[in-house]
Design a protein around this ligand. Structure first.
Ligand code: 9WN
Length: 447
């Protein structure tokens, strides 16, 4: 194990390298998600990046989230990509064609879908970091937390108003990209029902030209479906009600629902501290409770694992992935289910697998048929997902577990490459290197 990793950086050097990645990826306007592969701002990346930036330069961290929220749509949606002028990424703004969307933002070009709601978590973390840093940072972070709160509230309200259809109570996605786990086997069944029409305009992928080994990326067949869903949304003029009514992909995402629940809790804490309207705090409490119930209700009766729900075909999706552990993020499942999930997470099917370089939960269990240690969300470990579980465990008072995840995350990333994702057995960095959010979470673990 670790054969392809000649170097292990000591912590101060690793921190300095992480800081350099964030600085190098800063165009002055945004910190891009990665240098070549992702030359724009991504929504959930920006949240993690701000946490890393808060360790280096609080005003820069604030500016990053302000830039993201300036691109918030008029209906409240925070778009998954805010485009820079770089044209090295496909699909770019022309393909999305959101310029004429009724609810779109003005003066900035964005994609037309969203990503996981982790922004309140980032704001709270920035505040904690700033308070421990200096009186000036503290004052700036408090001012920012107060001023961004209404935008965070309207983003959460959008998820409830437009994206919580049906009785399951799960927050729904209309594209796998919205989950942030693009080609996870979680979506294989619902994607099988997405049939790209003849009218799919031709396109050329750019990602596979940048990544040396295309098998680390989604397949062309998967891309056809990704592009077809964009085509459907474009035709619907990005009218959310229409998309939720008619798009060929509509899935209740249990991982997003869990993050939504805990982000609502965080927003309540911030809103209480900064005197936000009681009626909005009550809304958030109600949304958090419903989301938590939905997560608990999704748990499989035998495995305990939480499940997504195909809302078009009206059935649970039993594919077991890292998202199955969602109840551990937000709580609310019966104690006995939670214990089962914790022992599963520790078992040789997940973090306890004897072959892993570091006990970081992989995106898919190495014991599962179809597990692919090199392909994107079908097996590799993602440092940022590890950060989320560690953050949630700390918050839940499971300090020892949180410490172990942090240590494991640092072991995985001490090669200093800041891989987008990692091969779990050898620890080889895959996808992009110098990935901003990886550098950001490493910085947060180290400080
Ligand atoms: C599509 C930027 C993003 C992450 C996602 C990750 C990947 C994009 C892509 O990169 O998705 O949004 O082109 O593959 O899956 O989680 O936000 O880092």
């Amino acid at each position: 194990a670790g054969g392809s990793r000649p170097v292990r950086y000591a912590r101060p050097t690793l921190a300095a390298r992480a800081a350099r990645v964030l600085r190098d990826n800063d165009t002055g306007a945004v910190v891009t998600a990665a240098p070549r592969l992702y030359p724009h701002m991504w929504s959930w990346d920006a949240a993690f990046i701000s946490i890393g930036l808060a360790r280096l330069d609080l005003p820069r961290a604030v500016a990053e989230l302000e830039t993201l929220f300036k691109a918030q749509w008029r209906n409240g949606m925070v778009p998954h990509i805010v485009f820079t002028d770089d044209d090295a990424y496909f699909p770019g703004p022309d393909r999305w064609g959101t310029d004429t969307a009724v609810d779109g933002p003005r003066n900035v070009r964005t994609s037309g879908i969203c990503q996981p709601p982790v922004h309140a978590i980032a704001v709270q973390r920035m505040l904690e970091i700033a308070r421990a840093s200096s009186p000036q940072d503290r004052a700036d972070a408090e001012r920012f937390a107060r001023s961004i709160w209404p935008a965070l509230y309207s983003w959460h309200r959008w998820l409830v108003e437009y994206r919580t259809p049906g009785a399951s109570g799960l927050v729904a996605i209309v594209h796998g990209w919205e989950s942030g786990m693009d080609n996870s086997p979680r979506w294989d069944v619902p994607y099988a029902a997405v049939n790209p029409g003849e009218e799919l305009p031709p396109y050329v992928r750019k990602d596979v030209r940048i990544i040396g080994d295309p098998s680390e990326r989604p397949t062309d067949k998967e891309y056809d479906r990704y592009l077809w869903l964009i085509e459907e949304m474009r035709r619907a003029g990005y009218d959310q009600k229409e998309i939720v009514r008619s798009s060929s992909f509509l899935v209740g995402d249990v991982f997003i629902t869990a993050l939504f629940a805990v982000s609502c809790d965080v927003l309540i804490e911030l809103g209480t501290e900064f005197g936000q309207p009681a009626s909005q705090l009550a809304d958030l409490a109600d949304w958090a409770a419903r989301a938590r119930e939905a997560v608990a209700a999704s748990c499989h009766s035998v495995s305990g694992m939480a499940r997504d729900r195909d809302l078009r075909a009206n059935r649970w999706l039993d594919t077991q992935t890292i998202a199955g552990f969602s109840p551990l993020l937000c709580g609310g499942a019966p104690d006995e289910v939670q214990l089962r999930l914790l022992s599963l997470l520790d078992s040789d099917r997940w973090c306890g697998h004897p072959g892993l370089l570091a006990p970081v939960p992989p995106s898919v269990s190495p014991m599962r048929p179809g597990f692919n240690p090199r392909q994107y969300w079908r097996g590799p470990q993602w440092p940022v997902v590890n950060w989320l579980f560690g953050w949630a465990f700390e918050r839940r008072g499971w300090h020892e577990r949180a410490r172990k995840l942090r240590e494991a995350g640092l072991r995985l990333t001490d090669d200093g490459a800041f891989g987008e994702y990692y091969e779990p057995f050898t620890g080889e960095p895959l996808g992009s290197t110098d990935q901003s959010w990886t550098a950001a979470v490493v910085l947060d673990w180290l400080c």
